[in-house]
Design a binder for this molecule. Structure first.
Ligand code: SF4
Length: 377
């Protein structure tokens, strides 16, 4: 089984924290979506005929797609790939783009899961982030999605936003819980150099939330959502039972996927491909009949370290037997002293040869993973 990721590189306006690939110039949108449909055709052998069980529209802002643009993409997917009978098809959406008519178009196209970029329910914070919607848009949107029969809704929130103190975060969590989505993703704000926030931070115009406070907010999120019945199945992701994201879980389980569109990545088990992150160059290349990408052949070390990093972040944990079986790599015997100290200090548990992070360990997930990384000559 495999997945397809489709990157829609357009946004109505730029959020001040965002460093994803997108353009606010929509004049090339239709042409570029046709090029993505062509790329899907060119790449039809990439997944070696594996059945497609998940399709994910990410961005950028896929909720800007028109009915016709969705049709171009789906026609190409169904013509060139073998899709299982009930695939998970997710579309990332911004609340200001959706209304009943648009939701109907999405449903009729086959979208059965919506990931809503709400980020905060506080209007002042939303303005500070330069989001295009307000709190009421977000609430109305969730209600309309539900009335229209979308039964799998995910909401994205951000913690560690400058100015969003613990009390405001608690109000936000209360709002999201009241809406009872099936899935919630909560990310810590990271300030990237090339963003507006990055520039403000370098001039001291915005005060970055420090690591200790960020860890406190992470714990606040974790405790509140798990107390309300959400399963914490990945460091940044929570779901009601049975509603984990199949698409994202497949990344964390090293399943193959094809990514199409500017800046999209693909993975076939042995290599990673990275499409050019420039709309114009992507279009020029597709118009000449070739896909503009760079390819990286994964070493044994890359594969082991990707597995350690992603598996430790999930509630499935890092399966030490899998590493021996698949990569002939005995993580335990190479790191006996370190792992024993993690066990002694309550950062990890070891059960049936699976290493899992405890609540304390989750606060240091990246550090523990990188300490365990393999280094090979
Ligand atoms: S809508 Fe999403 S992709 Fe677009 S700028 Fe905002 S955060 Fe980035």
């Amino acid at each position: 089984m495999a997945g397809i990721y489709i990157h829609i590189p357009f946004c109505k306006q730029a959020c001040y924290y965002c460093d994803f690939h997108f353009s606010t110039n929509l004049s090339l949108k239709a042409e570029l979506i046709q090029a993505i449909s062509t790329e899907l055709e060119y790449q039809k052998v990439y997944l070696r005929g594996e059945a497609i069980e998940t399709i994910y529209f990410g961005g950028g802002t896929p909720s800007l797609l028109t009915k016709q643009e969705l049709d171009w993409i789906f026609n190409s997917v169904y013509k060139n790939y073998s899709v299982i009978s009930q695939p998970e098809i997710t579309l990332e959406a911004n609340p200001d783009d959706l209304n009943q008519e648009k939701i109907k178009i999405l449903r009729e196209a086959g979208i059965n899961r919506i990931s809503l970029g709400i980020q905060s329910f506080d209007d002042k914070v939303l303005k500070f982030l330069n989001r295009a919607h307000n709190r009421q848009d977000a609430i109305t949107c969730v209600n309309q999605l539900r009335e229209s029969g979308i039964e799998n809704i995910s909401i994205d929130l951000i913690h560690s936003i400058p100015g969003q103190n613990d009390h405001l975060l608690s109000l936000n969590l209360g709002e999201v819980i009241a809406l009872a989505p099936q899935h919630i993703s909560v990310y810590s704000l990271t300030i990237e150099e090339k963003t507006v926030f990055g520039k403000w931070a370098s001039r001291g115009k915005v005060k970055v939330v420090d690591e200790t406070h960020s860890a406190t907010q992470f714990e606040q999120v974790m405790d509140t959502l798990t107390d309300c019945g959400y399963q914490h199945y990945e460091i940044s992701n929570y779901c009601l039972p049975g509603f984990s994201s199949k698409h994202n879980s497949s990344y964390w389980q090293q399943k193959p996927y094809l990514g199409v569109g500017p800046s999209a990545h693909s993975f076939d088990g042995e290599t990673r491909q990275y499409n050019v992150n420039n709309n114009h160059r992507y279009l020029m290349s597709l118009n000449k009949g070739s896909i503009p990408y760079e390819k990286e052949i994964l070493t044994k070390e890359n594969k082991i370290n990707e597995y350690i990093f992603t598996s430790l972040r999930t509630n499935r944990g890092c399966d030490l037997s899998y590493l021996i079986r698949t990569h002939d790599y005995d993580l335990m015997s190479i790191n006996t002293t370190y792992i024993q100290s993690l066990l002694d200090h309550g950062f990890v548990t070891l059960s049936e040869n699976v290493l899992s992070l405890t609540r304390r360990g989750k606060l240091m997930a990246d550090k523990i993973a990188s300490d365990l990384f393999a280094t090979m000559e």
